[in-house]
Design a binder for this molecule. Structure first.
Ligand code: NI
Length: 183
């Protein structure tokens, strides 16, 4: 696990944000999330809250630990234009092929970006909100987002996988401004 030093001006910007997202430094982001036993009403309420939180922050993915809940639940935006936000319960990658390198950020570490190399095409098995098994195939950005969110469930942050020389803070802007799209 990589530890980063958060500049004072960045931390001040984080503290000014009131989006309900847990920030880097909170132990919950480094803990292992527990599987959902059987999805029910509480799981649906959690997913609704995560979707609303993600949308409000203009995010493209969010994992339950980022709202302080140590359960294996992720939400993300699908690849197509105006795709619905999808949710996966207890997701696990069963196949990973190829390689892609691209820039990532994280709603839990606003203003930081860096390049991460990951597998390109993945197959993921999970449960839907009714507890039915689902299989998802994804590549490119959608695959990157799903991998980033599943990492969150194991306490892994993209900074652990990033090329350290590419990690860079951007200038803190108005905390009320919509951030760039990031998982
Ligand atoms: Ni993230």
């Amino acid at each position: 696990m990589l530890d980063i030093v958060v500049p004072d001006e960045v931390r001040a910007n984080w503290q000014a944000r009131t989006d309900g997202i847990v920030r880097y430094g909170a132990p919950v982001l480094r803990a292992k999330a527990q599987p959902v036993g059987r999805p029910g009403r509480e799981t649906r309420e959690l997913v609704d809250r995560m979707k609303a939180t993600m949308l409000a922050s203009n995010g493209i993915g969010l994992a339950a630990p980022q709202v302080g809940v140590l359960l294996r639940v992720i939400v993300y935006r699908g690849a197509e234009d105006d795709a619905p936000i999808r949710s996966l319960i207890n997701p696990r990658i069963v196949s990973a092929k190829g390689e892609q390198t691209g820039e990532e950020g994280c709603l839990s570490i606003p203003l930081l970006h860096g390049e991460v190399t990951r597998p390109n095409a993945i197959i993921v098995k999970a449960l839907d909100l009714l507890g039915r098994p689902v299989t998802v195939r994804a590549d490119e950005l959608e695959s990157r987002v799903i991998q980033h969110e599943i990492d969150h469930l194991d306490g892994i942050l993209y900074i652990d996988r990033a090329n350290p020389s590419t990690l860079e803070w951007s200038e803190p802007a108005d905390p009320d401004a919509k951030p760039e799209q990031e998982p």
